[in-house]
Design a protein around this ligand. Structure first.
Ligand SMILES: [Ca+2]
Ligand SMILES: [Ca+2]
Length: 404
């Protein structure tokens, strides 16, 4: 157990602070957790703590049941909101805020340095984790983050680099980085998120706001699944005036995005896309988007609307005319006629995009610099495709652990 600094007090140890079989994050192992396990029992891949995997092997099976049974009835202490002012490693424990204006964990350093937050369980009526100030590096890993209201799982402003990995996010809005001038790396990998719910402004899994020239950075192996009626999600991965660097493109790859909905019914006017590049972008660019599986988003699967030197290739993009309205699978369009627009390509993607009117609209690429090798999916674009493609994506993980 790693020592923990709390509000500049001496380090203290938290004993048995995390209950791996507490699947709903309420610091108790009880019948509700058993119900979670039972409903996922037999899942062989892609399981996380929020779906009944206590042993962190991505499967839900007898070993998880045994762990739950042995811990049944146990509780853990719940800590009030934490303010971290010193660099260091903060590991384990439950943190909760019942005040929508107060994050459950705030990083506000009084001196520069690296901060690691790992294996925490956070519920908050507002933001789960807020980070302000000049951390040299920020790491958030192995944590269960539940912004129960409509706050952010992680909201972070200037620092030099960040690693956000193997977290499970349930509800609320996801990860937002903004106004950051560090060179990177910025790495967001192997996180899971279910039911983005961002309230009036809608939410994202990941939003980059005004962060350019990132080097050695990637966003990969993150599955994000939204269900109609439980979610209020705009662009799932949103790059606003943001991008990579010449010779070191920001790599967005091997993510799974299923669904992006604004309200309880399909909304033909809603802008929620899977991956949107170049939003208000001019000089920003250098992004590669590849090997992703994007399905059933309300507007566009993958779109480029500004910026330069962005390549979208070898993705699988589908809409099955189900819950989403589905405007178009792929779009490359210089929406605001910027003069810096250059070298934006869309190639080699497999697309089967059936709008909820039943009409196919696989791609629309009026301003693409290159558009070779895109393929109209020739199988049945029907109800089972989402399940089949999700299974294919999970198989390709080859057992990689995702989520907490
Ligand atoms: Ca529980
Ligand atoms: Ca397991």
């Amino acid at each position: 157990m790693t020592s923990l600094w709390v509000n500049e007090l001496e380090p203290r140890r938290l004993c048995a602070a995390t209950l791996p079989a507490d699947f709903d994050g309420n610091a108790k192992v009880d019948a509700a957790d058993f119900s979670v396990l039972a409903s996922h029992f037999g899942d062989a891949a892609g399981a996380t703590r929020a779906s009944g995997d206590a042993t962190r092997d991505s499967a839900v099976d007898l070993a998880d049941f045994t762990l739950l049974a042995s811990a049944f009835g146990q509780t853990a202490p719940i800590n009030a909101p934490l303010v971290i002012t010193k660099p260091g490693t903060y590991s384990g424990g439950y943190y909760r805020s019942t005040d929508a204006t107060k994050p459950a964990i705030t990083v506000a350093l009084t001196q520069p340095g690296a901060v690691t937050i790992s294996d925490v369980t956070v519920r908050s009526a507002g933001d789960a984790i807020d980070v302000w100030g000049a951390a040299a590096d920020l790491t958030v890993s192995g944590s269960l983050l539940m912004p129960d209201g409509r706050g952010q799982a992680l909201d972070a402003a200037p620092f030099a680099s960040a690693h956000v990995q193997n977290n499970t996010i349930v509800g609320g809005s996801g990860i937002k980085f903004h106004k950051w001038t560090g060179a990177g790396p910025l790495v967001v990998v192997r996180n899971t998120m279910t039911d983005v719910n961002g309230g009036y402004e809608a939410g994202h899994f990941l939003a980059l706001d005004t962060i350019a020239n990132l080097k050695d950075s990637e966003i990969a192996y993150n599955p994000v699944v939204n269900h109609l009626g439980k979610t209020n999600s705009e662009d799932v991965i949103s790059l606003y005036r943001s991008g990579g660097a010449s010779g070191s493109p920001l790599r967005i790859h091997d993510n799974l995005i299923d669904g992006s909905y604004y309200s309880t019914s399909p909304d033909a006017n809603f802008s929620g896309s899977g991956v949107l590049l170049g939003d208000q972008g001019t000089t920003q660019g250098y992004v590669d988007v590849f090997n992703n599986l994007i399905m059933n988003t309300s507007n566009v699967g993958v779109g480029i609307i500004g910026g330069h030197d962005q390549r979208v290739f070898d993705n699988r993009i589908f809409a099955t005319a189900g819950d989403g309205t589905g405007n178009v699978g792929g779009s490359v369009w210089n929406a605001t006629h910027i003069s810096q627009w250059a070298n934006n390509t869309f190639t080699g993607n497999v697309i089967g995009w059936r709008k909820n009117t039943g009409v196919r609209n696989d791609w629309w690429l009026p301003d693409a610099t290159g558009s070779a090798g895109n393929v109209h999916y020739d199988g049945t674009v029907g109800a089972t495709l989402t399940t089949d493609e999700t299974a294919r994506w999970l198989t390709a993980l080859h057992g990689m652990k995702i989520g907490a």
